[in-house]
Structure formats: C-alpha cells, structure tokens
Design a protein around this ligand. Structure first.
Ligand code: CU
Length: 148
C-alpha cells in the first residue's frame, strides 16, 4: 500500500465512525438511575459509590463522573479480588449497568468533608451519548445493602 491509499483508507474509516455517531434521534439512549447510595466511609480520603443505570434505549457508555465535593471520582471494575480503574463502562441497549459491592463501582477520592449518615453527595454522570445526569448519593450505614 502506498502512502496515498493509506491516507484514503484512514479517512474512509473516520468518516464511517462520524456517521455512526451522528444519531437521528430514534436510537438514543434512555437512561434512568436507580438505587444510588454511598456507604458511610471510614475516612474522607476514599468512598465508594453504587447505583444502577437502566437503559430502555440504545447502547451508551458511562465515561466519567464529576462532583465539586471531592477531588476526583474514578470508575472501577473488579477483577477477581482486585479493582482496576477503567475509562468507561458499557450500558447495553435495553439493559443496565450495575455499580455494586464486589463489582463495578465509583471511587470518590478526597472528599472535602467526611460524609455522615443522612448526608447527600451530589455527583454528575457523563455519557458517550446521553446528556449528563445529576445523581444524589444518600450516605447510608457502612454495612447497608440495597434491596434487590
Ligand atoms: Cu475501587
């Protein structure tokens, strides 16, 4: 392949991706957040965040989480008994993304104040396609388990 055909192929691929990402509106994600909470953390350095994102529309991805109440929020998955930071998690079409104990979760680092039971931690979820969603994480007892 000479240089010109390589460039043409690269352009065709980019154009294809751009078209695929340009929705007409009929295949948009429809996201609803349920069961959000934060178990009361031991210190304000690190807290977990759990919730379920239900999607009655097209596939999307959770790409980042922000809050002005902490230094940083990262998205983690659990592999075996170790956790790994990931850049996104898929939210399948007509399915759900569960962030729960022992699985995928949010890691909230450097909270400005130590959360107490009954506090509300406001976060914002950002997606590849859908508009950002504001979520309140009520602070629950350290051993709280949500009803399934
Ligand atoms: Cu983690």
């Amino acid at each position: 392949m000479n240089r010109r055909t390589t460039l043409t192929a690269a352009f065709a691929l980019t154009a294809g991706l751009a078209l695929a990402g340009c929705d007409t509106g009929e295949a948009a994600p429809q996201l609803k957040v349920d069961g959000a909470y934060m178990p009361q953390p031991v210190t304000q350095d690190m807290a977990g965040g759990f919730l379920t994102i239900k999607n009655s529309g097209a596939a999307d991805k959770l790409t980042s989480v922000t809050t002005n109440l902490a230094k940083d929020v990262t998205i983690h998955k659990t592999v075996g008994n170790k956790m790994e930071q990931v850049t996104s998690l898929p939210i399948p079409a007509g399915g759900e993304l569960r962030l729960e104990r022992g699985g995928n979760h949010l890691m909230i680092m450097g909270l400005k104040d130590k959360p107490a039971k009954g506090d509300i931690i406001g976060i914002q979820l950002h997606f590849a396609h859908a508009e950002p969603v504001n979520v309140n994480l009520p602070v629950k007892a350290i051993n709280y388990e949500p009803k399934k």
